[in-house]
Write a protein that binds this ligand. Sequence first.
Ligand SMILES: Cc1cc2nc3c(=O)[nH]c(=O)nc-3n(C[C@H](O)[C@H](O)[C@H](O)COP(=O)(O)OP(=O)(O)OC[C@H]3O[C@@H](n4cnc5c(N)ncnc54)[C@H](O)[C@@H]3O)c2cc1C
Length: 469
Amino acid sequence: MDSEREAIRALTGAHDGAFWLEETEAPVFAPPLGRHVEVDLVIVGAGFLGLWSAILAKERFPEWEIAVVEGGRVGFGASGRNGGFVDASLTHGLENGLGRWPDEMVELERLGGENLAAIADFIGQHHIDCEFMQTGAIDVATDGWQLDGLEEYALTARTFGHDTTVLDRREVQELVHSPVYEGGLWTTNRTALVNPAKLAWGLAGVASSLGVEIYEGTVVTGVTVIGGMVDVTTAQSGSLRSAKVILATNAFPSLLPGVGNFIIPVYDYVLMTEPLTTSQMEAVGWDGRQGLSDLGNLFHYYRLTSDNRILWGGYDAIYHYGSRISASYRLRSRTHLLLARHFFETFPMLEGVRFTHAWGGAIDTSTRFSMFFGSRHQGKIQYALGFTGLGVGATRFAAEVLCARLEPKESAFEHLGLVRTKPVPFPPEPLRSAAVAITRRSLMRADASEGHRNLWLRTLDRFGVGFDS
Ligand SMILES: Cc1cc2nc3c(=O)[nH]c(=O)nc-3n(C[C@H](O)[C@H](O)[C@H](O)COP(=O)(O)OP(=O)(O)OC[C@H]3O[C@@H](n4cnc5c(N)ncnc54)[C@H](O)[C@@H]3O)c2cc1C
C-alpha cells in the first residue's frame, strides 16, 4: 500500500472539528452574563478543572454562591477535544514523577489511584452518560530500542500497585493485530477511557443542579483585588465581585502577570475514523479496547470509541512563536496527513477506512509536564496549570487541592513538592521558539537513532526540564 496516497484518500471529506463536540448537541447553560453579580467564589473556565472545582467547592461549602464564567462554551477548550484517556497518574507518568519527587511517589501514586476511583464513583453516582470504561492501557514498542528497560519498568510499576505485564511481540500482536508492534507494557488498572465532551457536559449538569451558575460566552478581561474583594471584569456587559477566584484557564493567556512564562500552548492533533465494520474490527482484534500509545519520544495515542471508531492522535506537537493561540491553529493539514500515514502504517489491514473528523487543540505544556499551583493576594486568587497532555484525570485532583486552599487551615496536600513547587519557566522569545524547535528536532533524532539522546536532551534531562505533549 502507498500510505501517502491512502492517507490523502482517507482524509478527503473529513470534517474540520472535534468529533466529541459535534457527535451530540452541546447543552446550553446560562447565556452571557449581562449584569453585576456578587458571589462567594468565581471560577474562570468551564473545562474539567473549572467544573470539578465548582463541584468540589460546592460540596465543601454548600452555602456558598458560586459562578463559573466561560469565554466560549462548556468543554470547548482542551476538555472537549482530547483523546479521552483518564489516567491515574498525577505526574505525567511514573517515570516523570520518579525523576522529580522520588520520595513522594508512593503517596502521589496512591492519590492518583484514589482520584481515578473518585472520578469513576462520581460518574456512577450521578449517572453521567459519558462512555466511561476502565479499559487499562498498553504502551506499545514499535522499534526494538523501545523494548529496553520494559522489564525493569514493570518491576518498578508493580511496587506502586500497577497491574503491569510485559508483552512480547507475539503477545502484543495477539491483543491488537498491528504488524509494527515489537512488544508492549500492559497495565490494567491505571487508565480509563471516556467521551470527554459528554463528561464535561455531565459535570456541568451536576454543578448546575447543585446551584452553581454557569455563564457561557463571557470572556473575563481582568481580576483585580479592591477592598479585600476580587473584581472580575468581562468583555460583555456583566461583571462579578467575589471573595475568592479560581482561574482554570489552561493554555489560554493567563489573567495574572508572570504566570504565562510557566506554560506554553502546544497544539496536539487528532483524527477520528468512521465506525469500523465487523470484519475490520476482527482484522484489528483489540477485544480489550485498551487505550494504546507508542513508546517513542514523539508518540501516538489511540483508542476505540463506543461505536468502534478509532481516535488517532499525537506525534506532532506544534508551538507557535510568541505563545500565540488561535482557532485557526486547530487544523494543520500537514500534521493530519502525517498522522493518517502513520495510521495506515500501523493498521495496513484498514486500507479503505475513511477519517470523518480532523482537529487539534492547545495543551498547557510545562517544563516538568505536570500540574503546578499558585496564588495571589493572600490566596484570594488561586490557579492550577501545566497538566501538559495528561489532564483529563489530573484536573480533578488539582481541583481538590484548589478547593482545600479555600479553607483557612493548611490542607493535607501542602507538603507535596508537586503542590508546593513551580516548574522552571520557559525562556523569553526568541529563545523560547528556538529551544522548542531544537528539542523537537532532537527528540525526533533520538527516535530515529535507537533512542540515543543527544547532548542537548541530556543537558535538559540533567536540569529536569523538557518538552512533551
Ligand atoms: C488534542 C488533545 C488531546 C489530549 N488528550 C488527552 C488525553 O487523552 N488524556 C489526558 O489526560 N489529557 C489529554 N489532553 C489534555 C487535557 O485535555 C487537558 O489537560 C484538560 O482538558 C485541561 O482541562 P482545563 O479545564 O484545565 O482546560 P480547558 O478544557 O482548556 O478549559 C479552559 C477553559 O477556560 C476558558 N477560558 C480561558 N480564558 C478565559 C477567559 N479569560 N475568560 C473566560 N473563559 C476563559 C476556555 O474557553 C476554556 O473552556 C489533551 C489535550 C488536547 C488538546
